[in-house]
Design a binder for this molecule. Structure first.
Ligand SMILES: *Cc1c(COP(=O)(O)O)cnc(C)c1O
Length: 369
């Protein structure tokens, strides 16, 4: 029997090989490696896709967060509210600009920041909320925007896992004061290398982000301040332009895979992803929960099925944040879920017969009898 991989980026490339190869050849023949028309074009297309005014390409999703925080005027000593479960980049960017990540436990149903716990974490130093649309499901943006307005906080959305997702009809990345995307190859819109994007409707923030990402430049050798070098390159931009044209279709295919899992999987013994009404999930990951997660993963692996864990140690409990001395009882939901979450194979081209096989194997493994 075939092995079932966790993702298969080659399957996607085979589908669009001609378009991609043509795009790459064009960049090389025009030697448009840094800046240039392919980057301009993708920035415009991405802004148009979101219906937002400004999109600024940069080196990767982590840089995008860091540059956006700086462009928003975050300073040393500011506190940023960050969900307790995410990839470390979210909180890493906060520390990188000298601010302090303040973790907020997650909602047990959605895995995103629990909006009911935000107010209790706000202090006079709090400047911003950084919601993460984890696994492809939007965080509760209406409630977050309302809280932010009431407490005069900024909102920076981390959309690394949710390109094209919606909440109440509105796309993720268009709710906050700014938002950041990652184009890491495995993301829903992935480059063939690193890439990131900062988006905003605020002209001053956009101009600042643009300058920070390009050495504080206002002219070729005229630098207003010390910035950094974090640019989206021409090859990645050209590849992303091709892939953006397929994104909506790929998200639909991810949802078809997810629907199949949801119909097939045993709801009695497994906790399955929840899709709240008015939310459009783009299933970057399909995550189930079970108390014997490691055992299930091992049994699937013995049958040739690859799985993942996102993430095995929630942010407050990483060695990197030992200094905060967090206890499991400070973040009970994140602490429980980090031991129970299991990500199943998920990519647009995943054959439905394979989904069925994964579901059958998992149902058998999760059955206590
Ligand atoms: C992938 C990811 C990032 C960082 O993106 P890179 O492009 O790898 O730097 C940030 N936040 C979240 C939630 C991510 O999943």
């Amino acid at each position: 029997m075939n092995k079932i991989p966790f993702v298969d980026l080659r399957a996607q490339y085979s589908e669009i090989k001609d378009e991609i190869d043509t795009a790459i050849a064009a960049v090389i023949s025009e030697t448009a490696f840094i800046k240039g028309r392919f980057v301009d074009q993708f920035e415009q297309e991405f802004a148009q896709f979101l219906g937002i005014k400004y999109a600024i390409g940069c080196g990767n999703g982590t840089d995008a967060l860091e540059i956006a925080l700086r462009a928003l005027g975050v300073k040393c000593g500011d506190e940023m509210l960050v969900p307790a479960q995410s990839f470390i980049a979210t909180s890493e960017a906060v520390s990188a600009v000298g601010a302090k990540p303040v973790f907020v436990d997650i909602d047990p149903a959605t895995h995103c920041i629990d909006v009911n716990l935000i107010a209790a974490k706000i202090t006079p130093k709090t400047r911003a909320i950084i919601p993460v649309h984890l696994y492809g499901l939007p965080a509760n943006m209406p409630a977050i925007m309302e809280l932010a307005e009431r407490h005069r906080l900024l909102v920076l959305e981390d959309v690394a896992q949710a390109h094209g997702a919606r909440c109440h009809g509105k796309l993720t990345g268009t709710w906050g004061h700014a938002a950041t995307f990652s184009f890491f190859p495995g993301k829903n819109l992935g480059a063939y290398g690193d890439g990131g994007m900062i988006v905003t409707n605020d002209r001053a923030v956009a101009e600042m982000a643009q300058k920070i990402a390009n050495h504080g430049r206002i002219g070729k050798y005229d630098h207003e301040f010390e910035g950094r070098n974090s640019r989206l390159d021409g090859l990645q931009a050209a590849i992303l332009s091709v892939k953006l044209r397929h994104l909506v279709k790929w998200s639909e295919k991810r949802r078809t895979v997810a629907d199949r899992y949801l119909t097939r999987l045993d709801k009695k013994n497994l906790k399955l992803p929840v899709i709240p009404a008015e939310y459009e999930h783009v299933f970057h990951l399909f995550v189930v929960e079970h108390p014997k997660r490691d055992l299930l993963a091992k049994q699937l692996s013995e049958h040739g099925v690859a799985t993942g864990v996102h993430y095995p140690v929630a942010l407050p409990f990483l060695k990197a944040y030992e200094r905060f001395g967090s206890k499991p009882s400070d973040f009970p939901v994140a602490h429980q879920q980090m031991n129970q979450v299991l990500s199943l194979p998920m990519y647009p081209e995943l054959p439905l017969e394979w989904v069925d096989r994964v579901a059958d194997l998992l149902n058998a493994a999760a059955n206590p009898s």
